[in-house]
Design a protein. Structure first.
Length: 329
């Protein structure tokens, strides 16, 4: 908290008998009026299990040793440049370092109980130094500068991997991640769907906003429930015969002219096909087989210029509850 009289305050940890034990975290000084400076105060109890330092202008991780029971630490939106001084936090289960200035993944070996690690929106160029995090279940590395998928095969308990908005060109080195259920690879530079066959438990795959020109190599992913392939260069719907459990299929913003190859998706509820090149009404007849469809997006296709567009769709698919952004009546 800010001291209203302009004095510089310090954060302290309060021990069990309520005496001052040690200085805790020192955020950067902030101007509040004139030449006066102030700092935020953090009064922390050593038995704290969850602490939130979001938006605190912290530039360094330090003085965390007294937190012997900590389970969750949040340092989102700070000025931290280095992962350090976490060696004593062996009870930590969740660590959020999102939106900082970190350049290297390091000094995490002691966090053997960590299950969730968020390093999104930093300045990382490489995936490394995660070997000891055997219990890790969720890893968030989106919006960095990572060019290669690597050094992950030992994370056998990983169920969610977020690598969106990086510089990745090839899907590779995911062997060993048999428990993975959610894989996010959107906004990269990937040109081919490949090296996914061993991810047999995958239920969500997102490869949006890449450079794909073909749907392929998904035959082993029979548990897929959600597939997101929008904003690519796809020209047709193909090679999805094994995806009988899909409930959501997103193929928006491609170059597709015909809806086909999805009649086996008896559980399909949402289909996103907006911003494609569908111009023939006969191309929609295949959807008559998908009786569980609730939401369909077809706007910004040539057929959507037809003045009877909505009426024709509702006659063809009377069970729809939503067409584009509008509910069906």
């Amino acid at each position: 908290m800010d001291n209203s009289d302009g004095n510089v305050d310090k954060a302290v940890v309060i021990d069990d008998d309520r005496s001052e034990e040690s200085v805790e975290v020192e955020p950067e000084k902030e101007k509040i009026s004139g030449d006066e400076e102030t700092e935020k105060i953090y009064v922390l109890h050593p038995d704290s299990e969850e602490l939130d330092f979001n938006h605190s202008r912290l530039s360094k991780l330090e003085n965390l040793e007294p937190l012997t029971n900590i389970k969750k630490l949040c340092f989102t939106w700070n000025l931290i440049k280095k992962i350090e001084n976490l060696d004593t936090l062996t009870t930590l289960v969740e660590l959020e370092l999102r939106d900082n200035q970190i350049t290297v993944i390091e000094n995490l070996d002691a966090l053997v109980n960590l299950k969730i690690l968020d390093l999104s929106f930093n300045r990382l160029k490489k995936i490394e130094n995660l070997d000891n995090l055997k219990k890790l279940q969720e890893l968030f590395l989106s919006s960095n500068k990572i060019a290669k998928i690597e050094n992950l095969s030992h994370l056998e308990n990983l169920v969610l991997l977020e690598l969106g908005d990086n510089k990745i060109r090839v899907i590779e080195n995911l062997q060993g991640l048999q428990r993975l259920t959610n894989l996010f690879l959107g906004k990269n530079k990937i040109i081919k769907l490949e090296n996914l066959a061993h991810l047999v438990n995958l239920t969500l795959l997102s490869v949006q906003s890449n450079r794909l020109t073909k749907i392929e190599n998904l035959e082993e992913l029979i548990e897929l429930d959600q597939l997101y392939l929008s904003e690519n260069g796809l020209t047709c719907i193909e090679n999805l015969k094994a995806q009988t459990k899909l409930t959501t299929l997103d193929l928006a913003d491609n170059q597709i002219k015909k809806i086909e190859g999805i009649s086996q998706m008896e559980l399909l509820e949402e289909l996103w096909m907006n911003n494609n090149k569908i111009e023939d009404w006969a191309a929609l007849e295949a959807l008559a087989e998908n009786k569980k469809l609730q939401t369909v997006y077809l706007e910004h296709n040539p057929i959507s210029k037809d003045p009877n567009y909505r009426r024709k769709i509702k006659l063809l698919l009377p069970w729809l509850t939503q067409l584009d952004a509008t509910l069906c009546r």
